[in-house]
Design a protein around this ligand. Sequence first.
Ligand code: IMP
Ligand code: MG
Length: 205
Amino acid sequence: MLGTTASPARFPTLRQVYTPVLVGHGEGVPSAPPREIISADAIARRVAELGAEIDARLPPGPLTVVGVLRGAFMFMADLVRAIPREITCDFLGVRSYGDATVSSGVVEITSDLAAPIAGRRVLLVEDIVDTGLTLKYLVDLLQARGPAAVHTCALMAKPAYVAAPTGPALDFVGFEAPDAFVVGYGMDAGQLHRNLPYVGVLDGA
Ligand code: IMP
Ligand code: MG
């Protein structure tokens, strides 16, 4: 009776799904959804452009795309589909020490790559680069394993870092990051809001 079980009631709308996630944030007071600054459509358009740019600029051949968990999971899922070449996907699980909103640059590897990268061309995919301390730590870690090259890509980056990098250069950037803490499309505040399909800011945060 498979055909008769699918009903709208079994598949709630996105708005119905978000509501319970947002309720309980803070002190049990329902909070407003993050204010959208980059729409899902704008993200999709830019990710398609980035994929084409990456494919055009990197020498032909296989690519290992390394996503930084958890923030980059959604971006990476879309990005790899926009790069038309032989790709293997791997992930680095990292946890930053210290305050959730200020980077210390000291990251703990919670989950290592599944496969060696020696001799491989690697594209490291981050969610957002602020001070670049996390990026530097991760690029150093990958370089030490003898890849053919390590390229870097971030969904968002603070303009100051792009203009004058104090760490590894960012080869590919999706969007300029605002001077505010952003959430959504994989990025979190206290582990919430990763599932938003858009990038937003928390008003009053
Ligand atoms: P950085 O080491 O200062 O460049 O910070 C990079 C890391 O901090 C990112 O990989 C994110 O996990 C986190 N981060 C920095 N800014 C934001 C933000 O505005 N929203 C969500 N996460 C952020
Ligand atoms: Mg991150």
